[in-house]
Design a binder for this molecule. Structure first.
Ligand code: ASP
Length: 316
């Protein structure tokens, strides 16, 4: 049973929630590969996507997911909206709320903004990434990709490499993988490891070759230059030399290790472009594919909990 009203982070999910969501997503993944992609789970419901930060794959993925489930999907053009005129996040949310959406998908540059918004509206809210805090659907789609490739989602060793400090993807993944009883190893320069990480039950190293030993999954992160105010790395070239994943460094991982990246990629900075495209090891395209299935499952499960009372004719 998935009893949540919102999907704000991995933090509030237990093992059963995660497994329920991934099982349903697996069914949607199969449906998405066939000729009949459309269902009715969200028929009659209104889904609004509010992206206060740029996004390519996440926004497209939520939009496709909503359309495949029969929702009316609206993308708010946040760049051109009243936000530019000084309206606060809460004012915007209350205005939208008055139009009775059922599902609100929100991305925001500030950590905690999506939780705040969820406390003010009547509909189900899905966090599509808030600052450095959480990106739950990314961690879930990564988990589904891993489970499909490795046949399980427990007792694996997963390396998360690169810019941990600025990454909501890393935070959500550390929580999810830990909750499902996997070993997580963080590999990054000390400047890109936030303090307090050692309390999360992860192993930490700044030696890529050492860190990759015995690893089943190598998860690379983008160097998030837009969130840095200088001084984190000496240069992109030096960073690639020490922390960029290439075929030589990958040899230190298990022979059947898979390579992941949430995108967008900086080729030649955190990952070698040829390796990223090598379908024998890279599952990056499958991550994108699983993104649609996971978002369909998340919206379907939340919609079942909306408790909508359909108006009768006499109420109209
Ligand atoms: N697309 C992911 C995010 O929104 C990862 C990234 O931007 O590097 O957090």
């Amino acid at each position: 049973m998935f009893t949540h009203r919102h999907l704000l982070g991995i933090e509030g999910l237990n093992q059963t929630d995660i497994t329920t969501l991934l099982d349903l997503a697996d069914q949607y993944a199969a449906q998405n590969r066939g000729p009949h992609k459309h269902g009715q789970a969200l028929a009659g419901l209104t889904q609004v996507n509010m992206f206060f930060e740029n996004s390519t794959r996440t926004q497209a993925s939520f939009e496709i997911a909503g359309m495949r489930l029969g929702a009316d999907v609206m993308n708010m053009a946040m760049q051109a909206s009243s936000i530019k005129k000084g309206e606060t996040l809460i004012d915007t949310a209350m205005t939208l709320n008055a139009m009775h959406p059922d599902l609100l998908v929100v991305r925001h540059p500030h950590s905690g903004a999506v939780n705040l918004l969820a406390s003010k509206v009547n509909c189900a809210v899905l966090n599509a990434g808030d600052g450095r805090h959480e990106h739950p659907t990314q961690a879930l789609l990564d988990a589904l990709t891993i489970r499909r490739r490795k046949g399980r989602l427990h007792r694996l060793t997963v390396a998360i490499c690169g810019d941990i400090a600025h990454s909501r993807v890393a935070r959500s993944n550390i929580m999810l993988l830990g909750r499902m009883e996997n070993r997580v190893r963080l590999i990054a320069p000390p400047t890109l490891i936030p303090s307090g990480m050692d309390q999360l039950g992860v192993e930490i190293t700044d030696d890529m070759r050492e860190g990759l030993k015995g690893v089943d999954v190598v998860m690379m992160l983008r160097l998030q230059k837009e969130r840095m105010d200088g001084g984190f790395i000496p240069s992109s070239r030096e960073y690639y030399h020490r922390f960029g994943l290439d075929a030589e460094k990958l040899k230190h991982a298990n022979e059947d290790a898979i390579v992941m990246h949430p995108g967008p990629m900086n080729r030649g900075v955190e990952i070698d472009g040829t390796l990223a495209d090598d379908i024998n090891v890279s599952v990056i395209q499958e991550q994108v594919e699983m993104g649609v299935a996971v978002r369909m499952a998340a919206m379907d499960l939340l919609a079942r909990n909306l408790g909508i009372v359909k108006p009768t004719i006499s109420d109209a």
